[in-house]
Design a protein around this ligand. Structure first.
Ligand SMILES: Nc1nc2c(ncn2[C@@H]2O[C@H](COP(=O)(O)O[C@H]3[C@@H](O)[C@H](n4cnc5c(=O)[nH]c(N)nc54)O[C@@H]3COP(=O)(O)O)[C@@H](O)[C@H]2O)c(=O)[nH]1
Length: 954
């Protein structure tokens, strides 16, 4: 950009200034031609008008040129040589030239101050004011000063001063009157009135001026100074008259032209508006109509009617009920009611739908006018505006508004991220009212849970794809942090983002449900410990880490001893409580990196983190932890106000030894645990490879047992019980498994497996039924049958229906109940004393006798013995076996015998194998015996042959 400075303006207009100076000089020179020496005061002085007009039109920059031209002109008065010689004359020259400039300057100031230049010199009053100020007033002092300077310098003598002053003053005035208009006519292109006056004013003035010069020259020759002087008034007079005459005329002409021009412009505007209006009508789709006020038949419709509804205009007019027939059925009642009600004259609006020729719905706003004359509607006309688009937009807006107030929170920001709108759901979710957030940054919802990289990703997504979708944690007004699912969309207009719209829903409940599902899937619902799935998952990782670091870890497998018994007898609530407390104790003894888990039932596993490369170190650590656990679990539990003591069988295995999978390693630990269990419980065993065989065998036994139960592949053996004389007083019923491959299998090899797998219930029932059946058979054969006692396992006894099962078996076989006895171990009886007593009493009332088996190996508590309705105590064969070797055992047996006598219980010594044992037991007071010394358990036939026959014969 070029900077416009005073200098550039000066250079650009320099030709104008030079022209002004030139005209000033030329006209001055011409005027001096008709002026008498030595002062050369002309009767008309054009430079006065030219100088003033040039300054008014082109500005004060003209002044230096005027000054220069004035100097040059007055060199005619003061010749150059004398000016150069005399400083006085030089001063006079400069003064005279300055006076010319002063006149112009003063005139300009007065005009601008009092005559509000520019104007067009039309009205008489303004013409008079203009010339009075520029000529009369402004020229007065400078002229006087000029004459004075000429007088001082000796050009004008004293007696000519007055005349010279008058003449010069009039010459200045005339110069202004004639040459200001002329100058404007030639150079003013801004005000048209001057241009228009070239012929009417400019030409006469030029002619007049030239005539004046000629006249002046003529009278100069005639030396008639007076006439010469009078002549100067002519152009001045002509100028004023013509200014007045032409001004008004031209002014009117110009006004007319301008008005015409304005009218043309207005017309143009109107026609443009008209076009726009027509266009608007077209785009607005307006039907203009007139109808019969009674029948509503259209008398007139415009062409637009056809293009809007598709029916020819003739059809609109020809069909008498065209309008009614095309009216939408749903609107008919409303429109009819409206027409019936509305009777007053004036403009009325009504909206309704019509069906187009294509079958589409078109919405109209019908603005119609009724003209009523003498109380009757005389005219009916109106405009039907197609507002289908507007209705659709309204519908969309309504849908948008409903959507906005949806269940989901909505937050809208401007492009700078300042919130401009939120919906009700936003307030419900966040707790913030609209006025609390509008104008603020959504940062107020920030939870602080997300780091910078999250927000970087957030904005990147918005920039790249215009959308972000994901889980965001925000903070409610009450400070609560919650998760929400957010979809943020950048709204664009012409590729510029104008708004951001965030739609979100509170997913707290969903997350909770997810967590719940996750917990259910991976955690044990009762104890809160990891379940098998999570354990295996962590185990997988643990094995991988151990392999990578070449380290070893351990798995501890725990099974609570007799838990099933407790659960069955005390109920599930007590069982559950125990499991919860066991879980808590387990967790309390473990380190954070170790994982306790519950596999189900009473089985727990502890995964010890692999932290050593030394196998011995790892196994020592595992044993220490297992001991700690055992100790913890041996401490009595308080369950529902009662103390319960439990023991635990524990198996340990180390990993990784090969490429075993987690489930295989768990199986090994389970096998080791089984070893502890079968070894007498409450023990800790490390897995050994041979155990695997046993485990496999156990599994095989279980499978075969199921088959045996189905096919009744069992037999009953009978071992007699004798008195001190060797006479049989009863027998113990002992089961045998007639295995298809292995032959007769001892119960010692399968009872434990059966107990662990619940198969014992079927087996026990089979023993009961077959014992009764055997008695029935022998009785039916006329054989005297002694009391037959069969073994009852704890799970079998704890069944609610146990007593009923015995009753049923007795009644089904019709045997005398006193021929039946049961043998229970001590541990079975003490679990739920009340239940035990109730069941025993019921059995006793039937006549079934009850024996305590393996006495001395369990609790051997006198307290419970007293409270139980028992018949027999069977001293465990382990005491009998060592009776000759260990004097303690003899003392124990003696004590048991004396105690039993005191409680009025019969005592049977089990496992009598030798005569010495028999003799010693007799000495200790024992009266009844059982053992290989008398007989091994025998099949029914052998037993009957050997003992029952002889009993018969007796
Ligand atoms: N729940 C059930 N348990 C049963 C049933 N049948 C047997 N059993 C239990 O199985 C265990 C092993 O029984 P078994 O192999 O039959 O051994 C019994 C006798 O054979 C054995 N016995 C008898 N006298 C001697 C002897 O002088 N020496 C010696 N080494 N063993 C001898 O003792 C077993 C009987 O013991 P007990 O029952 O404790 O009186 C065993 O625990 C049975 O209880 C059944 O039907 N159901």
């Amino acid at each position: 950009m070029v900077k416009v400075t005073g200098q550039t303006i000066f250079l650009k207009n320099a030709w104008q200034y030079a022209l002004a100076g030139l005209l000033f000089y030329a006209t001055g020179w011409l005027a001096m031609m008709i002026a008498p020496p030595p002062a050369y005061i002309s009767s008309i002085w054009p430079p006065a008008g030219i100088g003033l007009a040039a300054v008014l039109l082109w500005g004060y920059r003209v002044i230096p040129f005027i000054f220069l031209a004035n100097i040059l002109l007055y060199l005619k008065v003061f010749d150059l040589a004398s000016v150069l010689d005399s400083p006085q004359k030089l001063m006079a020259l400069c003064s005279v030239a300055s006076c010319g400039v002063l006149r112009v300057w003063l005139a300009t100031i007065l005009i601008k101050r009092f005559a509000q230049f520019p104007y067009t010199l039309i009205a008489i009053r303004k013409i008079a004011l203009f010339f009075t100020l520029t000529g009369g007033v402004a020229a007065f002092i400078p002229t006087a000063l000029t004459v004075f300077a000429l007088h001082i310098s000796g050009v004008i003598v004293t007696q000519d001063i007055y005349y010279a002053f008058i003449k010069a003053w009039i010459a200045d005035c005339t110069g202004v009157i004639v040459f200001v208009p002329l100058f404007f006519i030639i150079f003013d292109r801004q005000q048209r009135i001057w241009e228009e006056r070239i012929i009417t004013l400019g030409l006469p003035l030029v002619i007049c001026f030239l005539a004046t010069i000629a006249l002046a020259l003529f009278f100069q020759q005639q030396a008639t100074q007076y006439l010469q002087f009078q002549g100067v008034f002519l152009p001045g007079f002509v100028s004023i008259v013509l200014l007045i005459l032409t001004g008004r005329h031209e002014w009117i002409k110009i006004q007319v032209e301008q008005r015409t021009e304005q009218l043309v412009k207005k017309n143009h505007k109107l026609s443009k508006r008209d076009k726009q209006f027509k266009k608007l009508l077209q785009t607005q789709s307006v039907i203009i109509w007139r109808a019969d006020p009674v029948s509503y038949r259209f008398l007139y419709v415009n062409e637009e009617a056809e293009s809007i509804l598709g029916y020819p205009v003739t059809q609109w007019r020809d069909e008498s009920d065209f309008w009614w027939q095309r009216l939408h059925d749903d609107d008919k009642d409303r429109v009819q009611a409206f027409c019936a009600e509305e009777q007053a004259a004036g403009n009325v609006d009504l909206e309704y739908r019509m069906i187009s020729a294509e079958g589409t719905i078109v919405w109209f706003r019908d603005s119609h006018t009724k003209v009523i004359k003498d109380g009757v509607v005389s005219e009916l006309y109106g405009l039907m505006l197609d507002i289908t688009k507007q209705k659709l937009a309204e519908e969309e807006f309504r849908v948008a508004a409903i959507t906005f107030e949806s269940q989901q929170g909505i937050l809208i920001t401007d492009r700078l991220g300042k919130i401009i709108r939120v919906n009700k759901a936003f307030t419900e979710i966040t707790g913030f009212l609209p006025r609390e957030v509008i104008g603020k940054d959504p940062k107020i919802l920030k939870s602080g849970r997300h780091d910078k990289s999250f927000y970087k990703h957030f904005w990147q997504e918005l920039a790249d794809v215009g959308k972000f979708e994901g889980e965001v944690w925000n903070r409610r007004k009450n400070g609560e942090i919650y998760p929400e699912w957010q979809i943020v969309t950048a709204v664009e207009n012409n590729r510029e983002v104008t708004h951001y719209v965030s739609v979100f829903s509170d997913i707290t409940h969903k997350k909770e449900a997810e967590d719940k599902i996750h917990n259910l899937a991976f955690y044990d619902a009762l104890t809160g410990l990891p379940n098998r799935r999570l354990l295996l998952d962590r185990f997988e990782q643990e094995i991988a880490i151990a392999r990578r670091h070449k380290q070893f870890g351990a798995v501890i497998f725990l099974d609570l001893d007799h838990f099933k018994l407790l659960n069955d007898s005390q109920g599930h609530l007590v069982g559950d409580e125990l499991l919860i407390q066991v879980a808590n104790r387990l967790s309390s003894v473990l380190r954070e990196e170790d994982t306790p888990a519950r596999l189900g039932g009473d089985e727990f596993v502890v995964l010890l983190h692999a932290n050593s490369e030394n196998l011995i170190e790892v196994s020592d650590h595992a044993r220490t932890v297992a001991e700690k656990i055992r100790k913890q679990l041996n401490t009595p539990f308080l369950l529902h106000h009662y103390q319960h003591q439990i023991s635990t069988s524990i198996g340990i295995t180390l990993f990784p030894e090969g490429d075993e999978r987690p489930d295989m390693i768990l199986q090994q630990a389970d096998t080791a645990m089984y070893r502890s269990k079968s070894g007498g419980r409450n023990a800790i065993s490390f897995f050994q490879p041979f155990m695997q065989e046993a485990a496999d065998q156990r599994l095989k036994i279980e499978q075969d047992l199921r088959m045996a139960i189905e096919k009744e592949g069992f037999m009953l053996f009978y071992q007699p019980q004798v008195d001190h004389t060797g006479v049989m007083i009863g027998a113990e019923v002992l089961i045998r498994w007639d295995h298809p491959e292995q032959g007769i299998v001892s119960p010692a090899d399968f009872i434990l497996v059966a107990e662990e797998s619940s198969l014992i219930l079927d087996i026990g029932l089979w023993v009961l039924k077959n014992t009764c059946q055997q008695i029935r058979t022998w009785l039916a054969m006329g054989i005297t049958v002694p009391r037959l006692s069969f073994n009852v396992s704890s799970r079998q006894f704890r069944q609610r229906e146990f007593v009923d099962q015995i009753k049923n078996a007795i009644s089904e076989t019709q045997i005398p109940p006193h021929l039946l006895g049961i043998e229970l171990t001590e541990s079975v009886m003490i679990i739920d004393i009340a239940d035990t007593v109730a069941k025993m009493k019921a059995l006793k009332s039937l006549g079934v006798s009850i024996a305590v088996d393996d006495f001395g190996t369990g609790y051997s508590s006198l307290a419970y013995l007293k409270s139980l309705p028992l018949d027999v105590l069977k001293i465990d064969r382990s005491f009998v076996g060592d009776i000759l070797l260990d004097s303690n055992d003899a003392i124990i047996i003696e004590t048991i015998i004396s105690m039993a006598r005191h409680l009025r219980l019969r005592v049977v010594a089990e496992g009598v194998e030798t005569e010495e044992q028999f003799e010693l037991l007799k000495k200790l007071g024992c009266l009844l015996f059982q053992g290989y010394y008398f007989s091994r358990p025998l099949p029914s036939v052998n037993f009957a042959q050997k003992y029952l026959r002889s009993a018969k014969s007796e």
